[in-house]
Ligand binder design. Structure first.
Ligand code: IVH
Length: 672
């Protein structure tokens, strides 16, 4: 049906009405958790708004809800200095630490002063600093190193729990945590698995990865949410005396704030913290502790801060979570080297916000040492991103029906005999043609630190093997569009993307290629060491055990494994296929001498970098006279931080170490 033409005024008033309604429903859905309309109705209104804004561009506005769908991609995040240093928090690990904190506060404040605390959840997400001018969202920054953050405004605008326009036309800068709700995280990972993508390790990583997407349309697809917990700057005119006032104002202007409670007795606060250790699972967002903040803002000023954290607040950290559950079965998985790893299949339990249904048992000796039997009640533990493990068996409740586990004598995948080297704890399948080994080898080849082939996850690899399109990873580069597009649930677009990703993987450096080959004992570090000495595949092939073991840190075992690898006709065949496909089979010589700009400086690396493997980054630093150590200490000069950094980041902050992300590191290289 042809639409009646609207005149300009009518269009404007419909646009205004749609914007207002969309804002109202976003608030109902994301902040109050009580939607009044169906998602499809929301989508319909949004589509109509976008249509009208396209037709009448003169009415486009930065703070229109249409910004939720995401703007144009950018090349890199701009660095922006924070209006003031973004401090971190000191930690308490038990009641005693909390009592110490409370007495420090008491001691530092004048006698006879009345004050209390606000106890809040410590949300396990990523900190964001958001600035509004005249009620409109102007800037959103990550915390970065506390001094300088990254401008992630375009992505933040896609988060429906963050108002683009406040209910009040005020200037305000606030801080909170961006996170992914647990239920939405599960859905997200299911979708990723279906699409052959690697699932995210946990909601925190997923949130952090999403906020750092260069394409806001990708961020818009991720179920990000936000909880506000702090006001950093507020233009005059608002009467704010306590933290409670702050939280109330945040709610009033359209934000969701987390759970909080006002309390003055430290004993009560300890009880509240202990309660939440138990109740944590009831929440739909992850918390890794509680934050206790002095309520009176004026008194906060009196206490001040150290260089890293305020003296008026403390974070109470939850202990690593342990749960009991039952072992339903013990199964064997086969790794790419043929190692048989026993895994306990568990009655699913929620630990640390995610469902745990398996735990590694490492090897036969571990099973014996812990005496784990099928049917046992066990205590399992999960700390952060670490694979869950069995801490101990609750033997008191054994009924006698539990069954001892026996390592199989034949490989469950191919039926060949399994061997246990007397010097090792592992059992191995030695059949070179074992399909389970092959599958794992291809998964390894495509993995992030190896050839980093986007979209080539386990489920697509299974399909390729099933359809007999490949019989080793060398065949990947001969795949054709029609073959791929014909695979179940792949289709034209995904086939095209996969071929593009394969093409792109041809740019990977020689040491990554060596790592990707999956030679036993050759991790990415060793691959870097050996390619520094043997800079082409032919040189490496010709190397003898003595040549290889002459390399510092390369022992006889590694050397022998490399020589054995190249002694196999089958492996040579795969290497040949890769070479023919145009994969890097030698180090690219730059020939240029580099200046020793890092002479005398100590570096530590954490997380994974986009542009370099660990070894490449290490090589670059060492070539310039710097040293790379594995632990952060007061002697560390610079911490280079990649994606998903570990605890080193926190340690660096504690030691006042200069922190650089990848862009910062690149700039340092460029500018010296
Ligand atoms: S207050 C100056 N409150 O924890 C104090 N932080 O180690 C500002 N966090 O980087 C922080 N929930 O990302 C505060 N309710 C909460 C929090 C919270 C999570 C994070 C925040 C910060 C880290 C502190």
């Amino acid at each position: 049906m042809a639409e009646f033409e609207l005149d300009k005024e009518e269009a404007k008033s419909e646009i205004d009405r749609l914007r207002e309604e969309l804002r109202y429903h976003e608030y109902k859905y994301y902040v109050e958790d009580s939607p009044e309309i169906a998602d499809s109705e929301y989508d319909e209104m949004m589509n109509r708004l976008i249509e009208l804004e396209d037709k009448y561009p003169e009415f486009k506005s930065e703070d229109s809800p249409s910004a939720r769908v995401g703007g144009s991609p950018i090349d890199a995040f701009e660095k922006v200095e924070h209006s003031q240093q973004m401090l971190s928090l000191d930690n308490a690990f038990n009641g005693e630490d909390l009592k110490d904190f409370a007495s420090r506060v008491r001691k530092n404040l004048a006698v006879d002063i009345n004050y209390d605390y606000i106890v809040e959840h410590k949300i396990d997400g990523l900190a964001l600093i958001i600035r509004y001018e005249n009620g409109s969202l102007e800037l959103a920054l990550t915390r970065g190193d506390g001094q300088v953050g990254e401008n992630v405004t375009a992505n933040v605008k896609t988060i429906a729990a963050i108002p683009l326009k406040l209910n009040k036309e005020i200037d305000i800068e606030l801080r909170g945590e961006v996170y992914i709700p647990d239920d939405r995280f599960k859905e997200l990972n299911e979708k990723r698995l279906d699409a052959g993508l690697e699932p995210f390790a946990n909601p925190r990583n997923a949130a952090a990865g999403s906020i750092r997407q260069l394409d806001p349309k990708v961020a818009a697809e991720r179920p990000l949410s936000f909880l506000a917990y702090d006001i950093i700057n507020l233009a005059d005119g608002e009467q704010i005396e306590t933290h409670l006032d702050e939280l109330e104002l945040l709610e009033e202007i359209g934000f969701k704030v987390g759970w909080y409670q006002q309390e003055s007795s430290v004993e009560k606060i300890i009880e509240i913290c202990a309660d939440w250790v138990e109740k944590e699972e009831e929440l739909n967002y992850g918390i890794d502790g509680m934050v206790i903040k002095l309520n009176q803002l004026e008194l906060r000023q009196e206490l001040g801060s150290t260089s890293k954290a305020p003296r008026w607040a403390i974070a109470y950290k939850f202990p690593a979570q342990q749960k009991t559950t039952f072992v339903r079965d013990i199964i064997i998985s086969i790794g790419r080297t043929g190692a048989l790893t026993p895994t306990a299949m568990l009655e699913p339990v929620e630990v640390d916000g995610s469902t745990v249904s398996r735990a590694t048992l490492h090897n036969e000796d571990e099973i014996r040492r812990k005496d784990v039997r099928i049917g046992d009640k066990v205590l399992i533990q999960k700390a952060g991103d670490i694979i869950p493990e069995v801490v101990k068996v609750i033997k008191d409740v054994r009924t006698g029906d539990e069954q001892e586990f026996v390592m199989p004598e034949a490989c469950p995948a191919c039926g060949s005999e399994v061997f246990r080297d007397p010097d090792e704890a592992v059992h191995r399948c030695l059949n070179v043609g074992c399909p389970a080994k092959l599958r794992e080898k291809i998964i390894h080849f495509a993995s992030r630190d190896a050839m980093n082939i986007d979209g080539l996850g386990p489920s697509i690899i299974d399909k390729l093997l099933e359809a007999e399109l490949i019989s080793d990873f060398g065949d990947l580069y001969n795949l054709e569009h029609e073959e791929l597009a014909g695979l179940e649930r792949l289709g034209d677009k995904s086939a095209e993307n996969l071929l593009e990703a394969l093409e792109k993987s041809k740019e990977r450096s020689f040491d990554r290629v060596i790592y990707a080959l999956g030679i036993r004992h050759v991790g990415s570090r060793t691959a870097g060491l050996i390619t520094a000495e043997f800079s082409s595949i032919d040189e490496l092939r010709a190397a003898e055990i003595s040549d290889l073991s002459a390399i510092n840190e390369v022992g006889e075992v590694i050397a022998e494994s490399i020589v054995n690898f190249f002694a196999s006709e089958e492996n040579l065949e795969v290497v040949k296929k890769l070479a023919e496909a145009g994969i890097n089979m030698s180090l690219e010589e730059t020939g240029a001498e580099v200046e020793e700009i890092f002479a005398g400086m100590n570096f530590v690396l954490t997380g994974s970098l986009e542009g370099y493997t660990r070894n490449e980054a290490k090589g670059i630093i060492e070539d310039r006279g710097g040293r790379v150590t594995s632990a952060v200490s007061s002697k560390t000069d610079i911490l280079v931080v990649g994606e998903n950094p570990g605890s080193k980041l926190e340690q660096a902050r504690e030691n006042d170490v200069r922190i650089l992300d990848e862009t910062g590191f690149n700039n340092l290289l460029k500018e010296g």
